[in-house]
Design a protein around this ligand. Structure first.
Ligand code: GUN
Ligand code: ZN
Length: 438
């Protein structure tokens, strides 16, 4: 049994804050502590009470004056796109065809996939992301490399072998049968091993034939507890192309609905240009719209109405994500800053508590894992981060005039990145300080 106690200011959410003064939405301890035993949070509360409950010989790490939060959760990214970040393209389809598909072809090589997987998990830990929902490439070897590395690091990850059988280079295509068989094999080999979760992952309607959609549908029926992830309504040309490929569907979402792919465990990346009908169907099915702000701005895809879509008569469940490598930062702080700016452009307010909620409990609820991650509740996974609002000289200068927790969260979001992550605890172990070169 390894027992570790960390001390600092702790913040965890119980629900979405409705306003800046909605203090009952969160719990904050100005001298707080967490006790980690065997990868779980065993005690949480004031330092005094946690210390009293801890074993005599507990290892104690004092992080004061820093802020302790649940680890960040990134609900959509592509692990084979680490070397695609910053590719100069006019729009989504040009970016996919010119840079992204050729790059993903390299993941047929297990050694390449393993090398990038190592870098991927290093970046997650460096940036304080303890759970990610990832697309691998079409190659089973890429999923094997991803899950093997996640298992080695004992991280809670959700990922899938991409299914795609048309409209891409030959080296990036499976078939309906192969996509089905290899996804099944990935599920059998990896789902539930360590903290791995396998997601059924048809890339998007453009790269899957109706036969492959039917295969994805069969998998979803056979494995109803698995997550499903795909892309939806990101770009106008993409939407028009999809309409031409599935002429019987009434809209883009209807393509997926016809194959029974909607539901509370389905994560739709982007969802920028949804019609009123699509919003209603998303809402009724409990499907999640995943907002990827740095990607949407980088590719010029559009301004996602995060606030508007989550309220009203047909509220849609939402989450936020980096979408590496259409997205340009691994940092969920940078991601949230761009989400904030998009809401500003749309005339909406996103308050700092709301933002911190989204990055932790909100994203955990979106992936239906709030019983395990996203809070500092006793009994959940000890995936926790420590943040320093004065991590850089410029941040330290601004921090001199910060007088409230809301100000501190807003400073972290506006100026912070991986440098603001002092430590990342994965299953109760300090993982960032253990990275090579740190
Ligand atoms: N739509 C289909 N594939 C992709 C991808 O890799 N990135 C983004 N941003 N959109 C997609
Ligand atoms: Zn994506």
């Amino acid at each position: 049994m390894t027992a570790r106690l960390i001390r600092g200011r702790t913040l965890t959410f119980e629900r979405m804050p409705q306003a800046l003064d909605d203090h009952s939405a969160y719990r904050y301890e100005s001298d707080g502590a967490l006790l980690f035993i065997d990868g779980l949070i065993q005690e949480a509360g004031s330092y005094e009470t946690v210390r009293a409950a801890a074993p005599e010989d507990v290892e104690e790490i004092d992080h004061r004056p820093h802020l302790i939060l649940p680890g960040f959760i990134d609900t959509h990214l592509h692990f084979p796109q680490m070397q695609v970040i910053g590719s100069y393209a006019a729009n989504l389809l040009e970016w996919l065809n010119t840079y992204t598909f050729p790059e993903e072809c390299r993941f047929v090589e297990s050694a390449h996939a393993a090398r990038i997987a190592t870098h991927f998990f290093d970046e997650m830990v460096r940036h304080g992301t303890t759970t990610a929902v990832a697309y691998c490439s079409v190659h089973k070897a890429s999923a094997d490399a991803f899950f093997a590395e996640a298992l080695r690091r004992d991280m809670r990850m959700i990922a899938g072998k991409v299914m795609m059988d048309r409209n891409a280079p030959q080296g990036l295509l499976d078939t309906p049968e192969l996509g089905y068989d290899e996804t099944r094999a990935v599920i059998e080999e990896w789902h539930g091993k360590g903290r791995n979760h396998v997601a059924i992952t048809p890339r998007f309607a453009i790269t899957s034939t109706p036969e492959q959609m039917a295969a994805a549908s069969a998998l979803a029926r056979e494995f109803p507890n698995l997550h499903i992830q795909t892309h939806l309504s990101e770009n106008h040309d993409e939407i028009a192309f999809t309409g031409s490929l599935y002429p019987d569907a009434v809209d883009y979402l209807d393509v997926y609905a016809r194959y029974d792919l909607l539901g509370r465990k389905t994560l739709f990346g982007h969802c920028i240009h949804l019609s009123e009908r699509e919003r209603q169907v998303m809402s009724e099915s409990g499907s999640v719209a995943v907002h990827c702000p740095t990607s949407n701005l980088f590719l010029g895809s559009g301004l996602f109405p995060l606030k508007a879509i989550a309220r009203g008569e047909h509220p849609v469940r939402v989450s936020v994500a980096s979408d590496i490598g259409g997205g340009s930062s691994y940092s969920m702080l940078r991601t949230m800053d761009e989400a904030y700016k998009i809401q500003q452009l749309l005339g909406e307010r996103l308050n700092p508590f709301e933002s911190a909620y989204h990055l932790t409990r909100g994203n955990a609820e979106a992936v239906s894992l709030v019983d395990r991650i996203g809070t500092l509740e006793v009994g959940t996974d000890a995936d926790v981060i420590v943040l320093d609002m004065a991590a850089t000289p410029a941040m330290a200068l601004k921090a001199e005039v910060v007088t409230s927790l809301a100000d501190e969260l807003f400073l972290l979001q506006t100026m912070g990145d991986d440098r603001a992550i002092v430590e990342t605890y994965v299953a109760g172990r300090p993982a960032k300080s253990a990275l090579p070169g740190s």
